[in-house]
Design a protein around this ligand. Structure first.
Ligand code: ADP
Ligand code: MG
Length: 699
């Protein structure tokens, strides 16, 4: 049987497979072939290398394994409380074992006087050491106890109901490995294996399923993680290289307008970090290749001006520019801000959002097509096919790291002759490891410094019962002429309840501050109404803005100095950080107050504590990743860019870094993987591409 054919074998042919098991593996886990099964890795292992004496066992232990003899057993209780209780002892002591299920079976097969090997979680029940529902096997002598690390596979409830547990899967893996071994071929070149002291693919696949020692297990994981991340990075970096080769970019060489803006109208000095990223962007826009760059910078780091200056470079060279924002409010704010500059320079700018009237749209469309309009600010409306430019040179996407490859491609087509340069700006800092995998195909610039003179926001945590003190504090800030945001959660599943919370909050605030003009802003309002409310707040007509997270991104009201977040326990870390970023935009000291109830879980405490401790978005993103894992970081799951089978972006940053550097070095020396010594890598990349396209077709 040929190499590839073996692994394409239908699982039905595997020893130990039954029709029932086969169906479950197919429907529940999507496993069809030998290749699917062998790549279905355990997510943790139980250490069965140690056998404790019963005296050593305490309820502090996660799990314990022991050999014991059943002294006596009895069935007690009725109905749902019916259970089997047994006393089990070794030479050192005794432990009580309890079962609520499988009673009939246990009555027959749990034999007094017999030795068993037990494994489970020890607990303390009224001072009595106990184990409920331990795993058990009849003890067959010394070698039996010399078990190893037992693989635990990710399984579903349905599988467990059909008695397909990790042991069954491990048994199938064992059967598979016993025949598959000679067919497993190496997938990493020898020099890489040598350089990083990796074990072979054969060894790795064997020990990932049936680890013979802790060391083998560690080596197996390291090898497979490295391989996965190496090919992931290789693919992304290659994509970037190929794109640069394939897609030329307009060369923007002259900078007259830009210089005059810089010399005459710049409202402040740029930070060093801003200057650095502008240099990086300019280099791209003059390189002759199409730019695809991600600009990361914390809230308030001054990304807008970087974007504007980049636009000027395009306009300087006879091209047009557009900036796309996720919401109407934000688009409007950009428009207002940029229009001031545009007017000073005598360049034209228009705003295109869903609420722009049809007859106004027509004018905008014409202006874009004739080239009369230099800058277009807008929302997703820009995507529409009727929106055509004379020569779009630069497209900026603001506050949107959720922007997928498909959407980017759609923007490219806004210029059929030469694709526009693309700059994606995000204020949701993402950890280094995530950026490398999610945006491995983009070039990344980072603004890691805030403008000088910005006072760090002071963040505190207050319990709901201290609301009166918080109100008193709000009053004192209002007396100084400041403005306040009060934010309530709005989560889709409980939209009705949230809406009530918001309205109740609004009521109680208007009672507490009868003289103070309030505004309200939530997702159910019409865009026009939202704009009116926001405009009133911007003009200081309202002093307190009661809102849901619709104000999350981008809005800029420098006079607002307090951000109160109600039910802060219901927000994720990055969202809390985004919301906090709405204050601290002016010269005054700003405050963020996180309100919660008394009962907080461990993770919630960690989130709140992190917010209180630091204002650094990158640090916060790192904690967020540790708490939630990469799959839950917003937007990443849909992107599908990180379908990693074994590597964990929260913990494998070091391996990722090395894998990326290795991939980079190879592609730098041999961009097309044409050299003989890269044959294996080339084949592997092609093989993976085939698999992904197959998968795409299926799903
Ligand atoms: P973000 O990166 O969150 O989009 P903005 O671009 O909205 O930040 O900038 C936040 C505020 O800081 C704006 O009022 C902007 O004018 C101001 N700003 C930007 N850069 C500087 C700078 N170098 N010095 C002083 N203020 C700046
Ligand atoms: Mg911004």
């Amino acid at each position: 049987m040929s190499l590839t054919h073996f692994f394409e074998t239908d699982l039905a042919n595997l020893r130990g497979m039954t029709p029932a098991r086969l169906t479950m593996l197919q429907t529940e886990l999507g496993l069809f072939t030998y290749a699917d099964l062998i790549q279905y890795f355990p997510f943790r292992y139980e250490d069965r290398t140690i056998v404790h004496s019963i005296a050593e066992i305490s309820d502090q232990m996660e799990h314990a394994q022991f050999i014991g003899r059943i002294r006596y057993k009895e069935k007690i209780g009725n109905g749902a409380r019916q259970r089997i209780v047994a006393e089990c002892c070794d030479a050192s002591g005794c432990i009580e074992l309890v079962w609520f299920q499988g009673i009939k079976w246990l009555e027959k097969s749990l034999v007094s006087g017999q030795d068993y090997l037990f494994y489970g979680k020890p607990t303390n029940f009224n001072g009595q050491l106990q184990m409920t529902h331990p795993e058990m096997e009849v003890y067959k002598g010394v070698q039996h106890a010399e078990k190893n690390f037992q693989p635990i596979y990710p399984l579903t409830e349905k599988l467990r109901k059909k008695y397909i547990d990790s042991k069954v899967i491990a048994g199938l893996q064992k059967n598979l490995l016993s025949t598959a071994f000679p067919y497993i071929r190496e997938t990493l070149p020898a020099d890489i294996i040598q350089q990083f002291k990796l074990i072979s693919k054969q060894e790795a696949l064997y020990h990932i399923h049936l680890p013979q020692s802790e060391n083998w297990l560690r080596q197996a994981r390291r090898r497979l993680k490295f391989e996965e991340l190496f090919y992931n990075q290789l693919r992304l970096i290659k994509q970037n290289l190929v794109r640069k080769e394939t897609f030329p970019g307009q060369v923007f060489a002259s900078a007259a307008l830009l210089t005059s803006f810089y010399q005459e109208h710049m409202p402040f000095d740029l930070t060093e970090a801003q200057k650095k990223v502008i240099r990086e962007i300019f280099q791209d826009m003059r390189s002759g290749k199409q730019m695809n760059r991600l600009l990361q910078g914390d809230v308030g780091s001054g990304k807008t001006i970087v974007g504007f200056i980049s636009m000027l470079l395009a306009i300087d060279n006879g091209a047009q520019a557009c900036i796309m924002a996720p919401t109407e409010i934000l688009a409007d704010q950009h428009y207002q801000g940029l229009k001031k500059f545009a007017d000073l320079l005598g360049i034209t700018i228009a705003k295109l959002t869903g609420s722009v009237k049809k007859k106004d749209r027509v004018g905008i469309h014409e202006g874009l097509e004739s080239g009369e309009l230099n800058i277009l600010v807008g929302t997703h409306a820009i995507f529409e096919d009727v929106v055509q430019f004379k020569n779009l040179g630069l497209c900026i996407i603001d506050e949107q790291h959720r922007f997928g490859v498909a959407q980017r491609a759609k923007l490219w087509d806004k210029n059929k002759v030469t694709h526009p340069h693309v700059l994606v700006m995000t204020a949701t800092p993402i950890p280094r490891t995530l950026a490398m995998t999610l945006y491995g195909d983009l070039d990344v610039s980072i603004i890691d410094e805030l403008p000088v003179g910005r006072k760090p926001i002071q963040t505190t945590h207050r319990f709901d019962s201290h609301r009166l003190q918080v109100f008193a504090f709000i009053q004192s800030e209002l007396d100084k002429g400041r403005q306040v945001y009060i934010v309530y959660p709005l989560i889709e599943e409980s939209e009705k309840m949230d809406f009530k919370d918001l309205m109740d909050g609004y009521e109680s605030i208007s009672r507490a501050f009868p003289e103070v003009p309030l505004g309200i802003l939530h997702g159910k309002m019409k865009p026009a109404d939202k704009d009116i409310e926001m405009a009133r707040f911007v003009k200081h007509e309202t002093k307190i803005m009661v809102a849901t997270t619709v104000i999350e991104v981008g809005v800029n009201v420098p006079n607002a100095s307090i951000m109160i977040i109600e039910s802060a326990e219901r927000f994720g870390l990055s969202q809390l950080h985004q919301l906090r970023g709405r204050v601290g935009r002016g010269a005054e000291q700003s405050y963020c107050i996180l309100m919660t109830g008394y009962k907080l879980g461990v993770d919630t405490k960690k989130r709140i504590e992190t917010m209180v401790r630091t204002n650094n978005g990158f640090e916060i993103a790192e904690v967020d990743l540790q708490l939630r894992g990469p799959g839950d970081i917003s937007g990443t799951r849909q992107s599908g860019a990180i379908d990693l089978m074994i590597a964990d972006l929260a913990t494998d940053g070091e391996i990722l870094k090395v894998a990326r550097e290795t991939a980079m070095a190879i592609l730098e020396s041999d961009p097309h993987l044409a050299l003989d010594k890269h044959l294996m890598i080339r084949e592997q990349v092609m093989h993976q591409r085939k698999e992904t396209t197959n998968w795409a077709r299926i799903s």
